[in-house]
Each structure stands twice: as structure tokens, then as C-alpha cells.
Design a protein around this ligand. Sequence first.
Ligand SMILES: Cc1cc2nc3c(=O)[nH]c(=O)nc-3n(C[C@H](O)[C@H](O)[C@H](O)COP(=O)(O)OP(=O)(O)OC[C@H]3O[C@@H](n4cnc5c(N)ncnc54)[C@H](O)[C@@H]3O)c2cc1C
Length: 387
Amino acid sequence: MRWSFDGVEDEKVDVIVIGGGITGMMTAWNLAEAGVEVVLLEAGELGAQASGANAGSLHLQIQYPEFASFGEDWARAYGPCLGFLKESLTLWQGLSDRTGEDLSVKTGGGIVVAQTEAEMALIASKARVEAEHGVETHVLDRAELFKIAPYLSDKAIGGGFCPMEGKANTLRVMPAIQVCAEKAGVCILRNTAALGIAAENGGYTVTTDKGTFHAPKVVNAAGASAGKVAGMLGLTINIDGFPLQVTVTEPVAPLIPHLIYSAAGKLSLKQAPNGGCIIGGGWPAAKRADGTLATDPTSLTGNMAMAAGVVPQVGRMQALRSWTAWVNGTPDWRPILGETPSAKGFYMALFPWVGYSGAPMTAKVTAELVLDQRATASLRGVSVLAD
Ligand SMILES: Cc1cc2nc3c(=O)[nH]c(=O)nc-3n(C[C@H](O)[C@H](O)[C@H](O)COP(=O)(O)OP(=O)(O)OC[C@H]3O[C@@H](n4cnc5c(N)ncnc54)[C@H](O)[C@@H]3O)c2cc1C
């Protein structure tokens, strides 16, 4: 391979991908498989941000807390993203075969658990919007719920069950994808931040401290830092980083085959193949004065209490470890995908909040657009760039 160097003076490639998280790595892999010469620039270590620190939930249904706070009109506007996520979960199901590694992708279904009639009514309204966009969610009464999830608190009165949801092993996914991308010929440069981007001769020059790269096309897959990267070209995009934390418990005997949410507040709860329960759902981490993140003890206790309120056995588990990372978020939850109208050849590959679930489809469609192919899915109603 010609890509083995400590530094470059001036390199020309077909595509520069900025960001070595799951989105950038899968996009680069797809492009290299199509015969394109790709260099991937990663500011730090591969998968060391959200893509290696997330909770591993494969989400599909509209998140209940947002449905409850933003309302039904917002949910209808977000609706087209559900079809995109559904396609992405189908790609997740084939990812172990595609990478040749067991990524522990399991589809046990996801349940939003309700403890009040008001929560049940919102779950039913949410299910109606989901059905309009081809997502199957069953509204379960108490008996139906306990038949599939006998481990829940007896305070549960019903729930919303989305059979296609599941989980993957976050620790295995990034390394497996990286190996595939490298085998396909992607030149991966770690610790190589894009420091500046300039439009020139119908393409782009990206400067790094390891050298300068030129390409007709650039993909911005910089996650929570994508706004900063777009800003290098004078573009403004409404994406930001939000600090989150996740906790894992000691391993226990198999108990929870589902992805569990609560209608009472922020929760995602699932059991990993080794028995540990992974508990998150959007609880904020603390920011230190130097900008780094630390576990917030109030979030930790709040998150654990929320989990134990839904699955009482969690209250008897030891929490082993909590960790933090920045999630990429947009205010209306809609992705920013596709070629930027004002900068031809500059593509955004940004799926917010549940971007792990959306990554395979984001990467597939981004690669198709970069290759000037007809995209598998229309971005109309999905990406804010296609409005
Ligand atoms: C704690 C937590 C839990 C989560 N849980 C889930 C979940 O269970 N399910 C789910 O679907 N989603 C979850 N998410 C969201 C999901 O992890 C992210 O949306 C997704 O991983 C984003 O992937 P990405 O590749 O776009 O971004 P990232 O993984 O953030 O990767 C972007 C990369 O770009 C690099 N970069 C930034 N600036 C530059 C630059 N100038 N030059 C070069 N490289 C640069 C960064 O170093 C980083 O490695 C969670 C997020 C967090 C933080």
C-alpha cells in the first residue's frame, strides 16, 4: 500500500473523509470498496469519541421523552427519519456477516414502559405516528407486557413494543469496521486533525499538521465537532456536542432480553452478552473547567434510580463503571446529510442523537451521493439539507 508515512507534503486523493467515528469509517469503507482512493483524517484515536463510548442501543421508535416534550407535530416532521433508521437497522443485522466478526447484534425489541394511564395514552399516540411511517410498534396492556417481560416492576401498567430494536457490542464494532476499511484500501491517519479547509480549483485543500491533502470531494463526519469543521469553510450548521454518561453494572444471570425505556424519564437499559447491564438514556455528564468531561454523581444516582424503578433487580446490582462522551445533537433531531448546496463536493454525514443506529445507512447514502449514484433512500424530509 502506498499509504504508509509519517508525513506528506502535498497529496491528491479522490475523497477526504474527516472523522474516524463509525460514520466516517463506514463511509470511507464503502467508498474504497467502490474503487475510490480515500484518506480518512482522525483528530485523535479511531472510535474514541461517541462511536466507541455509546450505549450500543439500536434505536428505531421515536424517543418517548422528546415525543412528550416536543409534541405530535414535531414527531410528524421527524417521521421520515424513521424509514431511514429502519433501513439502517436492517444493515446492522447484516454487519456481523459483512465484517466477518461477531458484533453481538441482537434484535430483542425495545419496550417503553408506562406506569400511568397518561403515559399509555402518549405511547398510543406515538405508535400511530410511527405506523404512518412504516414502523411497527405494538401497544401492550399489562398482561401482554408481563408475558414478554416478567422482570419488570409490578408498577408497570403497559408499554409500547417495537420488535425491530436491539443492541450491538460497542467495544467490537469500531475495530471490526476499521479492519475492513483498511483491507479495502482506506488510508487512515490517526492523530491528524483537519485544521483548515479551502475551496480551490473545483475541489478542496485540507491542511493538517502532517501535511496537505487535495481532493475534489470532502466528507464531514466529525460528529459533535462537525460545526467547527464546516466553519473552516465558512459554513454554518446547527449541530453541537452535548456531554452524556453511561454506566455498566456487574455481570448478572440473563434477565433482560429487550432494550428498555421508561415513560417516566430518560432511560435506556439493556443487558450485554457478558451479563452486565448498560444503563444510560441521555443523562448529562459534568464538564470540567478545562473542557474535559467527568461523571456527574447526580446523573449517576438519577439514572440508576430510574432503571431500578422499571426493573427492580437493577437496584441490587453493583455499578462497576461509568463513562462519558460528547453526543452530536441537532435541536430538532433531524440529520444533516448530503452535499452542501453552497459548497459543491462538500458532504455532511451527520446523524444526531442516535447516530450509532443511523450510521450504516448514513454511510451508505453518503457514499452513494459522493459516487454520483442514485441514493438508496430519498433524503427529502430526512435531511435538513434536502428541505
Ligand atoms: C454516552 C453516549 C451514549 C450514546 N448511546 C447511543 C446508543 O445507545 N445508540 C445510538 O444509536 N446512539 C448513541 N449515541 C450517539 C452515537 O454514539 C453518535 O451519534 C454516533 O456515534 C456518532 O458517530 P459519528 O461517527 O458521526 O461521530 P463520532 O463518533 O463523534 O466521530 C467523529 C470523529 O471525528 C473526529 N474529529 C472531530 N474533529 C475533527 C477534525 N477537525 N479533524 C479530524 N477528525 C476530527 C473526532 O475525533 C471523532 O473521532 C450515544 C452517544 C453518547 C455520547
